[in-house]
Design a protein around this ligand. Structure first.
Ligand code: WTA
Length: 631
């Protein structure tokens, strides 16, 4: 159903959706939560999760912004994601349906997944991994990535997953910063019928960082790889040794003990290691998934993200398993071998809820309606979007062509830092294409000006979050000062995500984009600093600056400005070489669309590059106030 609201069209959920929703009354829940935030989460945590010991304090804000949740409680997220299901009928329910790009299909019941996790945890333990150790995981979208993450969590080790699309230098920096002693990787990954040489990339990264004691290699592509004797071990061989026993206890963890770190791009400098914990993250991710995507035992949930980003951590790995859901995971490219690959998967596996990014929708839209129309998509009952603002054309196409006008779209705004959905509709919420609607129950969001005053309706301002939530990041690992500085110093007492937004007359939030040096390319979060340092690591480049430029398909693309070494001349070949170099160092997603050679870069008197000026120049817009420009 559709009608016109203050901001164009409003789409209302059907009666069936409303009647079946896990949550019916958003307003009542939101009010309950805001009136007593700790009480609200206390109730949910008791009702929905198992704890080895209960907490003394639900929310401790005495050292804010270092908030603590469920203080004193003992649990382990793996107990709730796997172990507890063994006492119920769900032990034989399918937890994961995995399809390889080559068409291979594997399924794991909860019981099978638990056994695999237990055996791998035993292997890790035999290699000396203990509670608190860091383990880096670097591989493609294969079941073993989930197994590795859960095995770490089971032992109380902290996993640090590096996205399989990242490359040498990005991997090296993350291994180094985390002081990991084990790396779990694969020989390669399949993408568009080609292999990505993960092990070769890892070997090159490891030459530059000596801390890793063992590398465990999953055989996926079967390609030739170098195995360093004494260091490198095959996953399948280790899993066949007697040490790979299923008889292993799940470590008892404090609710506030670290679960994982995940690197993400910050305002300036190197990537930030965002730290999440066992207790709050478990409660937050599982509850948001259950309410927003209305998960039922009859669903086949498909989060099409990569496990190596927060979307995958929260909504491929942890939240679906805690909810006892059946998840779909697909290894490869959406268009391989044909543009209906995704729709074929929906049809064959009976996917009921699909969650993806606007860039993927725009990419598939290009191939026209014939491809999705060839397939039976009638199983879909809810759709989701994440990662960047969804443009209304893509929203409507997704709604009409994929959801057949019966599946509401949950446009979820959130971040690596927030751990779970923050601004999001529930299935019962009237929708406006392009708006993520309102705060999840208990999440108080606002849009404010420089002084922190709410801006009038439909005016741009800073997005802020005024209440804490259980799955919030606890700190930046190894750099607590930066945590305070980056998120809590601009408006003390409020969390500042770094996005700009508008709020309309109905209180709906419209995200505009990042206000810092983060660029979202195809929904992937990249930092200017890291790309620039990859650029200047090319021997011919002395200085570099990058900006994000709007792009119809990818949301943004990277435009790089480079100053060359004295005596080096700009050329088309050099431009290509520099792009390839960034791909080699950071990964293909970070490759600039354009490399422009310049003689100088606009800087402030204190030497800071004025990206705003560069961006205006590329866009052909007025450059604005130049009073701080050095010359
Ligand atoms: C952007 C991804 C508009 C936003 C889960 C945020 C969005 C950043 C949306 C976090 C959305 C995410 N609408 N923008 N629905 N979802 N963003 O850490 O700029 O990779 O700050 O987490 O993505 O990116 P991250």
């Amino acid at each position: 159903m559709q009608s016109n609201g203050s901001q164009g069209e409003v789409y209302y959920p059907s009666e069936t959706i409303v009647a079946n929703a896990n949550i019916h009354d958003y307003d009542a829940l939101h009010q309950e939560a805001v009136a007593d935030l700790a009480g609200f989460w206390d109730r949910i945590a008791r009702e929905e999760f198992e704890w080895f010991e209960e907490w003394e304090t639900t929310l401790d804000d005495s050292e804010a912004p270092f908030y603590k949740w469920f203080v004193g409680a003992k649990t382990n997220i793996v107990h709730n994601a796997l172990d507890r299901h063994m006492n119920t009928w769900r032990q034989n329910k399918v937890a994961l349906i995995w399809e390889g790009e080559d068409g291979e299909v594997r399924t794991y019941t909860y019981r099978q997944l638990q056994r695999e996790v237990n055996r791998f945890a035993s292997v890790l333990r035999a290699l000396g991994v203990v509670k608190g150790d860091r383990v880096t995981i670097y591989m493609g979208r294969i079941p073993e990535i989930i197994v590795a993450m859960l095995a770490c969590a089971k032992l109380g080790a902290v996993h640090s997953v590096v996205y399989g699309g990242f490359s040498t230098e990005a991997l090296r920096e993350r291994i180094d910063d985390s002081h990991s002693k084990i790396l779990v990787t694969a020989d390669g990954a399949w993408l568009r019928g080609q292999t990505v040489n993960l092990k070769d990339i890892a070997d090159e990264a490891l030459m530059r960082c000596p801390g890793i004691q063992n590398v465990i290699v999953v055989r996926r592509t079967g390609q030739d790889v170098h195995m360093e004797s004494g260091r490198d071990l095959w996953y399948h061989e280790m899993m066949n040794l007697p040490i790979a026993t299923t008889d292993i206890q799940t470590e008892v963890m404090d609710a506030e003990d670290p679960l994982f770190i995940l690197y993400t791009s910050g305002t300036t400098g190197k990537p930030k290691a965002i730290l999440h914990t066992h207790g709050g993250y478990m409660v937050g991710t599982a509850t948001t998934l259950k309410w927003v995507f209305d998960l039922k035992d009859t669903d086949v949930w498909w989060c099409a993200a990569a496990p190596g980003w927060i979307t995958g951590h929260s909504y491929i790995v942890y939240a679906p398993l805690i909810n006892g859901a059946t998840s779909m995971m697909y290894e490869g490219a959406p268009t391989h071998p044909f543009p209906d690959r995704w729709w074929q998967i929906v049809e064959e596996h009976g996917v009921t809820v699909l969650y993806t990014a606007p860039t993927a929708i725009r990419g598939l839209m290009r191939f026209g309606e014939t491809w999705p129309n060839r397939r039976d998509l009638s199983s879909l009952r809810l759709l989701g979007s994440v990662g960047e603002p969804i443009n209304p054309e893509a929203w409507k196409w997704y709604y009409r062509v994929i959801g057949k006008e019966k599946a509401p779209i949950m446009d979820t705004w959130w971040q690596t830092e927030t751990g779970n959905f923050m601004i999001t509709p529930l299935p019962v919420t009237p929708l406006k294409p392009g708006s993520a609607t309102k705060g999840f129950p208990g999440v108080v969001v606002d849009v404010v000006d420089e002084e922190g005053e709410p801006v009038p309706p439909n005016e741009e301002g800073y997005l802020v979050i005024k209440t804490p939530w259980p799955a919030m990041l606890r700190t930046i690992y190894g750099d607590p000062d930066r945590y305070v500085e980056a998120y809590w110093s601009r408006f003390p007492g409020w969390y500042m995500p770094g996005d700009s937004a508008k709020k309309d007359e109905d209180g709906y939030i419209w995200i505009i984009g990042r206000i810092d040096d983060v660029i979202k390319v195809s929904g992937y979060r990249l930092g200017t600093a890291e790309i620039e340092s990859a650029l200047v690591s090319h021997p011919d480049v002395t200085e570099a600056a990058v900006v994000g430029v709007p792009d119809e398909l990818k949301g943004n693309v990277i435009h790089a400005f480079c100053i060359l070494q004295q005596g080096k001349d700009p050329s088309r070949e050099l431009e290509m070489e520099v792009k390839e170099h960034v791909g080699h160092e950071m990964g293909p997603i970070a490759k600039p669309a354009v490399v422009e050679f310049v003689d100088s870069l606009p800087k402030t008197r204190s030497g800071k590059i004025m990206r705003r000026v560069l961006r205006a120049q590329v866009m052909g817009e007025p450059v604005g106030d130049l009073s701080t420009l050095a010359d």
